[in-house]
Design a protein around this ligand. Structure first.
Ligand SMILES: [Zn+2]
Length: 244
């Protein structure tokens, strides 16, 4: 008890977090004070909702070089979006709020390399002691099944892991489209979906191109590939045309 300040490794690491808070307030915040004041006065108008993994190495604001007010972020283990109506929770609420209240016009699902959640899916015994994680990762079952079908059992584990993480991004994009707020905004032509994959080892972001079905590196100066484009559909008109 007496020497609890002489700190094990965990304690000293957290001391650094507290120092960071002090440095933010003393050095960073003064430079951004007018930005915060404007964001309080005018409210936030983020340019996108980003759903990424909670992994400490995947930082949406850092990867996209975004400032306060620019990105509405929802992070969870495995960058998962439960299908609508299956689970009323934080992810569904963040989506609904971002689309209906904030009017975001782009949603990004961002997976990444070396993802622990995807690794756990490949080693189910790891999940025996974590029933909540196991239940949560069942939302990735479609990706798991696709990988099982596309790779032989002899495929190298690293290849299986990477493919699963990529397929998981696509599976979560499909889940995202089951949310009524998302489906309606897309039908109005006011919302596009993006699937990204952050490569930790290269600091590179791949984006899913829905037209070609491939993940391609994002290029500077070019608009990022879109997984599902905002496209106005007019079912009433098309239904009428079909009936004629
Ligand atoms: Zn992860």
């Amino acid at each position: 008890m007496s020497d609890h300040h002489s700190s094990g490794p965990a304690e000293s690491a957290f001391d650094d977090v507290a120092r960071g808070v002090a440095r933010f307030r003393g050095e960073v915040f003064p430079r951004q004070k007018s930005l915060y004041q404007r964001l309080i006065r005018d409210g936030q108008k983020p340019r996108a909702l980003m759903i990424s993994c909670a992994d400490s190495r995947v930082i949406p604001e850092l990867i996209t070089q975004s400032h306060p007010g620019e990105l509405f972020v929802c992070r969870n283990a495995g960058n998962i979006v439960p299908p609508y109506a299956q689970m009323n929770g934080g992810v569904s609420s963040a989506i609904e709020y971002a689309v209906l209240a904030l009017g975001v016009r782009d949603i990004v699902i961002c997976g990444h390399s070396d993802c622990g959640a995807m690794a756990a899916l490949l080693k189910p015994d790891v999940l025996d002691s974590m029933p909540n994680v196991a239940a949560w990762l069942r939302h990735s079952a479609a990706a798991e099944r696709i990988v099982d079908r596309s790779l032989p059992p002899t495929a190298p584990p690293a290849e299986r892991h990477r493919l699963l993480a990529l397929e998981n991004v696509i599976a979560q994009l499909n889940n995202l489209r089951t949310h009524p707020s998302v489906a309606a905004a897309m039908a109005d032509g006011g919302l596009a979906l993006h699937g990204w994959f952050f490569e930790l080892e290269h600091g590179r972001v791949l984006a899913y191109d829905g037209e070609t079905g491939r993940f391609v590196p994002m290029q500077e100066g070019a608009p990022p590939p879109v997984a599902v484009a905002a496209r106005a559909v007019h079912p009433v008109e098309s239904a009428r045309a079909a009936a004629e």
